[in-house]
Write a protein that binds this ligand. Structure first.
Ligand code: C2E
Ligand code: CA
Ligand code: CA
Length: 727
């Protein structure tokens, strides 16, 4: 025990008597008991001590020279000095005793008193006082701890409540009011059901009024609570809901039989998780929906399809899965940019949605692919009719901020159970059927058939082996000469990629590059192409072909990547090739989209001395404004226009228009895909004299091309080769 506490526990007494002899004998008597004693011989002296220090007990003589003992007591009472008083007096009158007791004296001792009497009274008084102090301390501790717990309970972020055994509130903390708008008075005595959202009542019955106490008691059960309108207006329940996570346990008191517990109510803590729920809902929605079109996404689609399959199985019914892929969407994206492309997808989604029946699910798989499940199919003609409806609704042009865009779709359909019994099988087969539609000219629909599987297996095999082709050095460049028909000279050659496929033989670019574009292989393939072209050109030039220009095809994907220019320049420097000997062919779509960095790179190429040709001119979205923005030297008339020429004296306005554009802008002109003399003569007679096509040369390997060159230069009178073309 500390000295401080010990000291505190030594009773401190004030002895007041004006008679010195009495005072000193009293002092002597009590001193032996180990009390701390202070003496006073007058009222004033006593008051001064009482003000200055605390006493447990005052032994007070009633008759003092300056004031009466009653007056001292009055002072004690008036100043709420916490001490007990034993009055000692020689007065015989009862009034003195009554006066003392009235003023709260602990006891009254008539002088002369016996030692024993005095000591006993003092001991009793001190004993009682100790008890009182202890009681007061306990009471105040209790009060403080009650305050503490209430504070903790009320300022808890959670609602804390107790229910009686019938489910009526017996306690709620302040939080209930803050969160729900119900005051304590609103709730106490009411059944908890007034708080529960109707749909959750059934569940609440099991958890809110929890009787169990052990681990089986309810934990983290989610319920929705109704909130009260804030007071003032009408006291109705509104629809504002709060979601809570509830933990509740039963409260029991020991019964007479000690081992059996009697249930008397429920204690519960409810946490407001409304915001968390809301966030979860948003996340959930986003996880199952496509952000762009707001349609269900692939995951949700699979879910719905799964359910539809289960139901179809149960009812022995059919259902159809459709795979819709937009035709030419990539062109819109490349031409008008991604923002417009996204807008188009949104509009398409809207139109498709309007064709749906109730119960059908339309989802976006990603890109320009949509899927639909048609549950409870009566027969295939139903699916056919809906597919036609989709195609029909896409038929009308789309307006993308003033750009009129036409688009179509290819739709593949797989029917459960004949075309597949699982989700994946149905989707895969619908996809295969869709590809079949694409292969047969797009804009239509087809039902899956087993024979389609082979086609698609070939496609998959092709994709896989193309990845290996690069590693295995199976690609090579072929060259197709470009002829000036006036002089008969080869003035250039276009590099065209070929794939020496180990099983399928030589594949043309048209047969495998579209796959490369789709599968992200275009970048490594283009890297390879640049190197291969430069290497081959060293060999050309050594064979005397310095005067011949090389045209190389530039994939939009490659140009989109920022480092094309550096790569090109690096290769030219490394192989010692003059940039003036190079022309790059870009498609019209790149020009129309004209991303800034593509323009920058082309400009840098031009500064280097490389020239630029527009390939497939006239086939894109016709907008000629780009011709001014781009550094262009040559226009290539697309073979689809050349193919139309059947009559030397016919009228082919597109060709004529292209020729006059080139002339007007001072650009070179090359006609490609020239296959017949009629075509060559028509083109020449209208002023297009540079040509490329099977009529002159098919694309040939490097070795064969070198032979062509050697032969060509060995024969000074090259004009003879095309003498037949000269009028
Ligand atoms: P393109 O640039 O329009 O190439 C012309 C295509 O027409 C070539 O097909 C060529 O073999 C073919 N052709 C040439 N003369 C005639 C003819 O008289 N009649 C007919 N019907 N066709 C003729 P290919 O080689 O299959 O190339 C297809 C496309 O692939 C090319 O179209 C070009 O865009 C791209 N491509 C070809 N080689 C490369 C390459 O090395 N790199 C890149 N990025 N693209 C390439
Ligand atoms: Ca080309
Ligand atoms: Ca072309």
């Amino acid at each position: 025990m500390t000295a401080q506490l010990e000291l505190e526990m030594l009773p401190r007494l004030l002895l007041v008597d004006d008679e010195p002899r009495l005072l000193s004998s009293l002092h002597e008597l009590l001193c032996e008991r180990g009390y701390t004693l202070v003496t006073a011989q007058s009222g004033a002296e006593a008051l001064a001590h009482l003000v200055a220090q605390k006493f447990d007990l005052v032994l007070l003589d009633l008759r003092l020279p300056d004031m009466s003992g009653h007056e001292v007591m009055d002072f004690i009472n008036a100043n709420q000095i916490g001490t007990d008083v034993i009055v000692m007096s020689g007065e015989v009158g009862i009034e003195a005793a009554i006066g003392a007791l009235k003023r709260g004296a602990y006891d009254y001792l008539r002088k002369p008193y016996s030692r024993e009497e005095l000591l006993k009274t003092v001991t009793n008084a001190l004993q009682q006082r100790r008890l009182e102090v202890a009681n007061a301390r306990i009471a105040s501790q209790l009060e403080n701890s009650e305050k503490l717990y209430r504070y903790l309970v009320d300022s808890s972020p959670d609602i804390i409540y107790t229910l009686d055994h019938e489910g009526r509130f017996t306690f709620v903390n302040d939080r209930a009011y803050q969160l729900l708008g119900f005051s304590r008075e609103d709730l106490i005595g009411k059944h908890y059901a007034i708080l529960i959202h109707d749909e959750d009542l059934e569940r609440a019955r099991y958890v809110f009024n929890e009787r169990r106490v052990d681990e089986r008691a309810s934990r983290n059960v989610e319920l929705r609570l109704k909130c009260h309108n804030h007071p003032g207006a009408d006291r109705t329940f509104n629809n504002t809901l709060m979601t809570i996570s509830l933990n509740s346990i039963g409260m029991h008191v020991p019964d007479r039989d000690v081992r059996k517990l009697e249930f008397f109510g429920t204690y519960g803590v409810a946490r407001d998780i409304t915001e968390r729920k809301h966030a979860e809902e948003v996340i959930n929605y986003q996880a199952y929906h496509d952000i762009l079109t707001d349609l269900p996404n692939r995951m949700l689609f699979k879910d719905r399809l799964g359910l539809a399959v289960i139901q179809a199985k149960r009812k022995a019914a059919e259902l159809a899965v459709m795979f819709i892929d937009l035709d030419r969407f990539k062109l819109v994206n490349d031409t008008l940019g991604h923002v417009k492309g996204d807008e188009l997808l949104q509009q398409v989604a809207m139109r498709l949605k309007q064709c749906l029946r109730r119960g059908d699910t339309l989802a976006r798989q990603g890109g320009d692919e949509f899927t639909i499940v048609l549950p409870e199919l009566r027969d295939r003609t139903d699916a056919s009719a809906i597919a036609e409806k989709f195609l029909e609704c896409l038929h009308q042009s789309f307006d993308l901020d003033g750009h009129e865009v036409h688009i179509s779709a290819s739709i593949g359909i797989a029917v459960y159970p004949v075309d597949g019994e699982t989700i994946d099988e149905l989707l895969r087969h619908a996809d295969i059927a869709m590809y079949q539609v694409k292969a047969l000219g797009k804009n239509g629909h087809a039902f899956y058939h087993n024979s389609m599987l082979d086609v698609s297996r070939q496609k998959i095999a092709l994709e896989q082996s193309l990845r290996k082709a690069l590693d295995n050095d199976e690609l090579e460049m072929h060259y197709q000469p470009q002829i000036d028909v006036v002089t008969g000279r080869i003035i250039g050659a276009e590099g065209l990629m070929r794939w020496n496929h180990p099983q399928r033989g030589l594949l043309t670019a048209g047969e495998f590059l579209p796959f490369a574009e789709e599968n992200g292989l275009m970048l490594p393939i283009s890297d390879w192409m640049i190197k291969a072209l430069c290497r081959d050109m060293q060999i050309w030039n050594a064979a005397g072909g310095q005067s011949i220009r090389l045209s190389l095809n530039l994939s939009p994907q490659y140009l989109d990547r920022g480092d094309f220019f550096e790569k090109m320049r690096g290769a030219l420097v490394r192989y010692g090739i003059s940039p003036a000997q190079i022309e790059v062919e870009i498609t019209e779509n790149i020009c129309i989209r004209s991303p800034q960095y593509a323009i920058e790179q082309l400009n840098k190429l031009c500064e280097l001395g490389v020239s630029v040709a527009i390939d497939d001119f006239g086939t894109g979205y016709s907008s000629l404004s780009y011709l001014h923005r781009f550094p262009i030297h040559t226009i290539k008339i697309d073979q689809s226009f050349v193919r139309e020429i059947h009559d030397e004296h016919g009228h082919y306005p597109v060709i004529l228009a292209i020729i006059s554009i080139a002339r007007g802008l001072g650009l070179h002109l090359i006609a490609e895909g020239v296959e017949t003399e009629v075509q060559a003569r028509y083109l020449r007679s209208h002023g297009c004299v540079t040509m490329q096509g099977f009529l002159f040369h098919v694309p040939v390997s490097l070795a064969a091309f070198i032979c062509v060159l050697e032969e060509h230069f060995a024969m000074p009178d090259a004009e003879n080769n095309v003498a037949s073309l000269q009028a």
